[in-house]
Design a protein around this ligand. Sequence first.
Ligand SMILES: Nc1nc2c(c(=O)[nH]1)N[C@H]1C(S)=C(S)[C@@H](COP(=O)(O)O)O[C@H]1N2
Ligand SMILES: [Mo]
Length: 253
Amino acid sequence: MSSIITRRALVTGAASGAGLLLSGCDKLAQNETFRKILFSEDEAHRVLQRAISSRHSLAKEFTAAEMSPVFRANGTLNPGTPAYSAMAAEKFANWKLQVDGLVNRPLALSLAQLQQMPARTQITRHDCVEGWSAIGKWHGPMLGNILKAADVKTSARYIIFHCADLFHGNAYYTSIDMFDAFHPQTILAYTMNDAPITVPHGAPIRLRAERHLGYKQAKYVMRLQAVASLDEVGLGKGGYWEDHVDYDTYAGI
Ligand SMILES: Nc1nc2c(c(=O)[nH]1)N[C@H]1C(S)=C(S)[C@@H](COP(=O)(O)O)O[C@H]1N2
Ligand SMILES: [Mo]
């Protein structure tokens, strides 16, 4: 999609500050917000950057011929709440992604608006700690572009993904840090294997953060919250599984 079409679509759409959604995808690492966050004056932060600089590398991408014939669904297969079921019945026409917390411009983005943004396509391997993997194709806007549109504050250190489902009675959520949030392979996918994401796989959108294991790939994402500390959410360990089971917050692959 050319950026001219995108610009027109977004300006006529309801997203305020939509012009900010326009930056080129893989050039994101050069953008101003990203630089401000990563290259702050603070020495402790610079030391941290060096320690984790290898995390800027890309996860392996595969060819269409390597895609798994079957990609199983795992965890919640349908949030099943009255609110979610009503949205699914309308094909998510009235669903909106909330973007709030440490942002200067909170957003509520419709599926149509997300679909008008520049998107990335990636064929990657999903690895579940329960012992299975599958290669699938994902397509959607880069999270970094959404955060730029919301004008995320430099005080934000993590993005929390709030999901529509309860798992064993607890709200499913996960988190990634700002390095992963602005990683080029971190997208909010609205298609899987060239079709709209189905309910078992996380309709209408799910996170793909390709340097992470399966449990971080949040399905049914309803809200992005920029926070300074993980303490503010749930039991404070950065996600449903981290809170309730002992998975490490950064178990990169
Ligand atoms: N909202 C939500 N996201 C979730 C889960 C879940 O139960 N709820 N399970 C996680 C786990 S453990 C895995 S392996 C993947 C499974 O994704 P899939 O169903 O598309 O295979 O989703 C992850 N994201
Ligand atoms: Mo998993």
